[in-house]
Design a protein around this ligand. Structure first.
Ligand code: NAI
Length: 767
């Protein structure tokens, strides 16, 4: 066993802790440092009577072992009183274990109103009352762990327990929603279905079984789920006898049983019944969005006359190799946070070869420089925390050998220049304007509101089957407060994990682009130092492959190799120097494919081709001529008069930038898009309830076009959405289907065409 889990400083309430399972939890929390409120009404198993004995005895036991505990004798229906006991005795509440319970078993026909009501009052309403009383305290302190106690009787049903089963499964529904609402406050809610010998079970279990199924075999799960290290949220676990298993929903592929412009009939349902109930290639929807998305897809498929068909398509293969796109795509990795200061910016700049020998590098190396800036490619650093923390290993459907993982490609796009410390723009503007004459409390408030931390949300965008291997596309969006700072797409190649029958290409992939077929317009060379990798790794990629000779040898390399993202940083800053006068605000995005390793000490030569605002690049090792980065490019923001592009000011429309990008894409790929889409899309962007901008994306005529303002032609579909909601959707924070059902996004005309936009506009407008 590694570091023990302790609960020092934490306050826990265990309801119904006077006996059985609750007592065991209370004792276990007590010996591990928690302050425990031992609640128990002290009645009989049917909910009658009352006594303080049970709780008092457990408090004494905890104290005798050196722990801290107080008793509470209220019914869980008086939730406020329980929480008040915790606040009075210990000043806070961190963990609530809803455990109190009674039984009033009857066959359904003989269940009285009282049997029904009492069970619901203690189990469901009691858990609600206690949890609600704790909720705001947990929200304020941004920490909370809640356990709901369900039962196998609720999950599977059990003869004579209709009242109990209903209340117990009700607790799961309650927990599912609390898990969603609590997530952003670090309040996690999980549900257990325990089995243990107790006074509740001694009437139904043989004594020997009652004796063997000890409550102490359940408590460790409750403690782990209650610990601040545990990131599990919204889980359901069966536990008993020293075994723990997790449960989830499974859904058959089902069948669409109606056709366009025809009714829907019970006879079709009957005839398709076996298919509807067939669990071959079943899916496992993890949230309501995945559930609703199916219905939207069904509407589309009925419209295109694909009625009476399986849903979704069977192309979503389940892999023998351990790679299952069906399970993996759409899965989110645990949110990661990243704080940095000017030190990390400077360390990164040194890591990618900046040096004081070049005067114009000083702005990236000296915090006192009047234009002190963070190198744009530093944008990969906050995002990689998600992977470094081993998040990928926990994604269902991605079971592979991590030693076979290669970083294949990288895309990075910035939505605003990176701050020189991980603080949000608002706080920076306060400090940069030196408004330090503000009264101290005001400053402190601002500081606490902007904790100086970036958050990254990573999601499996797609999984591809390349035959010799699998490719995982990992999208990572990094935010400063609510503002999207940058987007990374990692393309990860898993050697030998292909052949699972998946697709080869994806419209989610940010593609590489071949450079023009002419000699480069510019070439820049820099020599990496012997310690380049040793320096670069300090920015956060600690893989020993880049420093430890024996580790490198295991990977088949003669010596440690340079990080691919280090060469990537070299190439990007070559472009910034050559074509943007080292102005970080001109940088928009970069895409590279990593082809071959570079050894520290070798020289990197970046060949550049300028095509408008796109600079195609190829990077070689000068000594060997080997291409190390290919299909690469950097996109710069236009600088009409030599000055950096100004992002829209407050009061302007944020969506303008996205449409500008859409216009650029149409210029590049218009003809291809027209072929695929063949439709005209109208957009009405609103602000404050009024139409603030109109756009038309014509993907029907010629090579396509983008119009701003009123459109004289006919649109096939028109979408009305507020500027804010549009950005939420674009940034992946608002699900388009959900927005549609919530009335935030209105669609006129052929609603099904809006689905094609997703294919065409990729991550810029998920509509
Ligand atoms: P238990 O009867 O030993 O413990 C329940 C405790 O809750 C008792 O000490 C009782 O006095 C207390 N209690 C009852 N009503 C209360 C109220 N209104 N306010 C405060 N305290 C109250 O039973 P056991 O087996 O330890 O059960 C604990 C929980 O686990 C219950 O929710 C039960 O439904 C659940 N469970 C237990 C299973 C088992 O195999 N033991 C199986 C499935 C669920």
């Amino acid at each position: 066993m590694s570091v023990p889990l302790v609960f020092d400083g934490k306050v826990v309430i265990v309801t119904g802790a006077g006996g059985g399972l609750g007592r065991e939890y209370a004792l276990a929390f007590g010996v591990r440092g928690a302050s425990v409120v031992v609640n128990d009404l002290g009645g009989d198993i049917k909910g009658g009577g009352k006594s303080s004995n049970a709780a008092d005895k457990v408090v004494e036991e905890i104290k005798a072992k050196g722990g801290k505990a107080v008793a509470n004798y209220d019914s869980v229906e008086d939730g406020e009183k329980l929480i008040q006991t915790a606040l009075d005795a210990f000043g806070r509440i961190d963990i609530v274990v809803n455990n109190a319970g009674i039984l009033r078993d009857r066959s359904f026909g003989r269940t009285s109103d009282l049997d029904w009501d009492l069970i619901h009052r203690v189990h469901l309403r009691g858990s609600f009352m206690v949890t609600r009383a704790a909720w705001n305290h947990m929200k304020k302190q941004k920490f909370g762990r809640i356990i709901m106690t369900s039962s196998a009787a609720g999950i599977y049903g059990n003869f004579g327990q209709a009242n109990y089963s209903a209340a117990k499964l009700g607790l799961l529904g309650l927990a599912n929603t609390l898990a969603i609402e609590g997530q952003k406050y670090n309040i996690h809610c999980n549900t257990i279905a325990p089995t243990a010998g107790s006074r509740l079970t001694e009437t139904v279990m043989p004594p020997v079984l009652c004796e063997s199924l000890k409550a102490e075999y359940v408590a460790p799960l409750v403690l782990w789920l209650s610990h601040d290290q545990c990131q599990e949220n919204g889980g359901l676990f069966e536990v008993g006898a020293g075994w723990i298993g997790k449960l989830r929903w499974e859904r058959s592929q089902g069948r669409i049983v109606r056709k366009k412009n025809q009714g829907m009939f019970p006879e079709t349902v009957r005839d398709q019944w076996d298919n509807i109930c067939d669990f071959t290639n079943a899916t496992k929807p993890a949230n309501i969005n995945e559930s609703v998305a199916t219905l939207v897809e069904v509407l589309s498929r009925v419209e295109t006359d694909e009625g009476i068909a399986p849903n979704p398509t069977s192309a979503m293969a389940t892999a023998a190799s351990g790679i299952s796109p069906l399970e993996a795509v759409g899965q989110k990795l645990p949110e990661s946070t990243f704080s940095y200061s000017q030190t990390q910016c400077i360390l990164y700049a040194l890591g990618v070869g900046m040096s004081t020998k070049d005067d114009d590098h000083l702005k990236f190396l000296y915090e006192g420089h009047e234009d002190f800036s963070c190198l744009p490619t530093f944008g990969v650093i906050p995002s990689q925390a998600a992977m470094m923390d081993g998040g990928l290993g926990s994604v269902p459907g991605l079971n592979f050998d991590f030693t076979r993982l290669l970083h294949g490609e990288q895309y990075l796009e910035l939505f605003q220049p990176l701050p020189t410390s991980g603080m949000c723009a608002h706080y920076r503007s306060i400090s940069e304007n030196n408004i330090f004459c503000l009264q101290k409390p005001v400053i402190e408030n601002n500081l606490s509101a902007f904790a100086g931390t970036l958050t990254s949300q990573a999601r499996i965008a797609d999984v591809l089957d390349k035959g010799s291997g699998a490719v995982i596309l990992l999208d990572v969006h990094t935010y400063s407060g609510k503002e999207l700072l940058c987007y990374n797409q990692y393309s990860l190649f898993i050697v030998g994990a292909g052949g699972f029958g998946g697709k080869r290409t994806s419209d989610k992939a940010m593609s590489t682009v071949a450079h023009p077929n002419r000699s480069p317009d510019a070439v820049m060379t820099d020599t990496t130092t012997r310690d380049q990798a040793a320096l670069y790794r300090l920015s956060g990629d600690w893989n020993p492959l880049h420093i430890d000779p024996s580790f490198a040898a295991m990977g088949g390399f003669k010596s440690p190799i340079l990080h691919g993202l280090c060469s990537f940083g070299f190439a990007a800053r070559h472009v910034l120097k050559q074509y943007a006068n080292n102005d970080a605000s001109r940088f928009k995005s970069i895409k590279v494919r990593f082809v071959k390793p570079v050894l520290p000490g070798q020289s990197l030569q970046t060949e550049m081709w300028k095509e408008g605002n796109r600079i195609h690049i190829q990077c070689k090792v000068k000594e060997s001529g080997a291409v190390v980065l290919s299909g690469a490019y950097v996109d710069l923001h236009a600088a009409a008069d030599g000055s950096p592009q100004i992002l829209p000011e407050a009061g302007g429309l944020k969506s303008e930038l996205v449409f500008a990008e859409i216009g650029r894409r149409i210029k590049d790929l218009g003809a291809e898009m027209v072929k695929k889409v063949n439709a005209v899309f109208g957009w009405e962007i609103t602000k404050g309830g009024n139409t603030a901008a109109q756009w038309t994306i014509d993907l029907k005529t010629g090579a396509g076009a983008l119009h701003k303002g009123p459109y004289s032609g006919k649109t096939d579909v028109t979408i009305t959405v507020s500027d804010d909601d549009f950005m939420e959707v674009v940034q992946g924070k608002l699900n388009p289907q959900k927005a549609f059902f919530a009335g935030k996004l209105k669609v006129r005309g052929n609603i099904m065409l809006s689905q094609k936009l997703e294919v065409i506009l990729k991550d810029y407008a998920k509509l």
